[in-house]
Design a protein. Sequence first.
Lengths: 198, 198
Amino acid sequence: MAEPTTREQIVAAADRLFYERGFEKTSFADIAGEVKISRGNFYHHFKSKDEILSAVIEVRASKTEAMLEKWEKQRDTPGGQLRCFAEMLIRNRNDIQAFGCPVGALCAELSKLDHPAQADAGMIFTLFRQWLRQRFVELGAVEDADSLAMHLLARSQGIASLANAFRDEKFIRHEVRLIEAWLDEVRSRGATKAGTGE
Amino acid sequence: MAEPTTREQIVAAADRLFYERGFEKTSFADIAGEVKISRGNFYHHFKSKDEILSAVIEVRASKTEAMLEKWEKQRDTPGGQLRCFAEMLIRNRNDIQAFGCPVGALCAELSKLDHPAQADAGMIFTLFRQWLRQRFVELGAVEDADSLAMHLLARSQGIASLANAFRDEKFIRHEVRLIEAWLDEVRSRGATKAGTGE
DNA sequence: GTCTATACTGAGATAGAC
DNA sequence: GTCTATCTCAGTATAGAC
């Protein structure tokens, strides 16, 4: 696996372009131009644009799973692992300010297009949701775990949305601090239902 | 002002279609079809798609200002007025699940297109931001008011994003309850800096 | 035979002439 | 208000290069 195959290059280029410009706005010519192959050529690799989209979603899902596993290895407490998630917003702050969240943006676009792949794109959200839920279970919030996971996911989406609209890095850092304080609060409350308002 | 002018009809149709399908995905023919006028007649009112976009953004800004004023009249406490904002998510739950937040979606799309009107679209966020900030000032959180406004705006964006991805009405209702509990907390803390993590 | 490149078709869009 | 020019794009057919 010294150098990537043409197929891998196409998927990588499409992945980035779909993020930067959006799925609809990215043409075959754009991708071909990036990979430096002729436009007709990659009909050998992909029969349609939807096939490229499927491949991109698959790759994103794999990368997401790998990232979640890495976080589990990097920190040995559920609280620390949840912080990895929150800090992702800071690590990716430049891309987020320029292009928003890749998962949220793709889901929103496919939803408006009523595209058949919207369920597949939504699965990436579900990967995060289930992983977060498991961390909250380990943190002791067994009954609320799913609500807490959705809450944290929503907070991160909101931050990405406004950071993109206002191009405000300070806002990202401030909100991540708020999330970390909230996580401390959830942890300290342990298995009680507090923190979810119920 | 018994019946709307052709121009107003065009803008109203474009407004809805931009929300439901997105700006790029909406063609002149789509709008003309809705208004039932010929495409030629169209050019009498708008020379380009960007002109329609400007008109739509202007109308949305006006409607937003009117809505904010209405909330100020409906409730006589800043806490009650802030609840109007949060409850907007429940009032518009069906549209939000189907199409997301109109403000956030347009800003995100124009950002990806690097469209000249993205600053104008962002102004609608700013309208909300400034209005929310003023409510928090009146609530006693003078120094934090802008951070609190951004925080609330972000929460609402995140809720819209996930409600759209998961088509989950219960989630919306639960998160709005969390916001209301958070607002009570902010109010009870009054002018202190608590609640923002600083 | 796998990969790549060129040329072409048809659909649908903006834009504008008449 | 019809009709047309032009452009971009997805998709195809087919032939050449390694």
